[in-house]
Structures are given as structure tokens and as C-alpha cells.
Design a protein around this ligand. Sequence first.
Ligand SMILES: Cc1cc2nc3c(=O)[nH]c(=O)nc-3n(C[C@H](O)[C@H](O)[C@H](O)COP(=O)(O)O)c2cc1C
Length: 194
Amino acid sequence: MEAGGGDAELGGGLGDADGDLAAIGDQEFFQHVDALRGKTPPMSKRLLIVAHAPSENTLSLRGAVERGALSETGIDVRVVAPLQAGPDDVLAAQAVILGTTENLGYMSGALKDFFDRSYNPLLEKTQGLPAALYIRAGSDGTGTRRGVETILTGLRWRLVQEPLLCKGPWQPAFVEQCEELGAAMAAGLAAGIF
Ligand SMILES: Cc1cc2nc3c(=O)[nH]c(=O)nc-3n(C[C@H](O)[C@H](O)[C@H](O)COP(=O)(O)O)c2cc1C
């Protein structure tokens, strides 16, 4: 292949369909490359955390999930309370971590409200979305797990981790477990495992 032809190919790959780059000098060429780099930042993957945190303990769990997720570089982590979260937040994310308390044998009203507003807009648009769930329950948690899993089945989201149940009297170990959950989700997303 001739040298000129090689340059023209390189220019074409850099958005120079008409081959003008083949005719410019080195300095201009590298300026063009720098300009293109500035315009096209690499796409980062977003991990959305939608978690209800009505108490100090549950705030520390949500904080731990976020901290774990942020331990992975290159992942954009977004934390939104369920009452503020909506379908657009989910559509902008590549994975979701849900968190809720158990109240009266079911997920918190706040998380249920998020699903009530988001279910139909997301249906058929987010099949296969990798998801994880943690539950803070004073004594049980099974009704909450069942309720969330039923909704995720309808949405066809994929629970890529066993739901984490932080059940019974408060234990500092819950914080560690939540941090590990956040880190594992972010790592899986970064590695393209999900
Ligand atoms: C109105 C109300 C209902 C609750 N219902 C349940 C329940 O059905 N099952 C359960 O395991 N815990 C229940 N709990 C306990 C909460 O899940 C728990 O207090 C909450 O997750 C906050 O955790 P923390 O007390 O460690 O901050 C209930 C709490 C309240 C205030």
C-alpha cells in the first residue's frame, strides 16, 4: 500500500470521510485528534441505587452500598430516594440496586410508589437489567423479598445476587455486607459480567 493511501485511511477513521486529513501536516493532524478526543469522552456505565432510608441505621446501609460501589473506578454511581426516583433514572442506568425496609410484612410504601410510577413506562424497555436487593427488617423480610421479586419478574430484571437480608436486631456487620454488595455490583458492571 502507498504511504498516501495509508494516511487517507487513517483520516477516514477519524471522521475525515473526504480525506482532507491526508493532506495536512503532523501538527494539524494531532490537533484534530485532540479535538476529537475532547468531543467524544468514553461512555461510563451507570449504577443506580434506589433505596429507602428512614432511619440512622438504614442511612448507614445506603451509604455503605454507595461507598462500595464507588470503590470501583469508572462507574458512575447515582443514589436516588425512591420517592424522587422515576423511570428515566432507570433508563439511564445499566444496573440497579434496590434497598428497602420491611414495613407491615411488605416493602416500604416509598419503594412501592417508585414501582407504581415506573412499572408501565419501563415494561418492555428494561428486560434483563441486572439488579440487586437489600432489605432491612426488624424481624422477618420474607414478604418484602417476595413482593420485590414478583415485580422484578414482571419487569424481567435479573437478580444477579442473592437478596441481602439485614434482619433482626441491628448489627454493624450489616454495613460491611452492604458495602460488599455495592462493590460486587460495580465490579460486575465494570467487568461486563452482567
Ligand atoms: C410501622 C412499622 C412496621 C414494621 N413492620 C415490620 C415487619 O413487618 N417486619 C419486620 O421484619 N420489621 C418491621 N418493622 C421494622 C423495620 O423494618 C425497621 O425498624 C426498619 O427497617 C428500620 O431499621 P432500624 O430500626 O434498624 O433503623 C416495622 C417498622 C415499622 C415502623
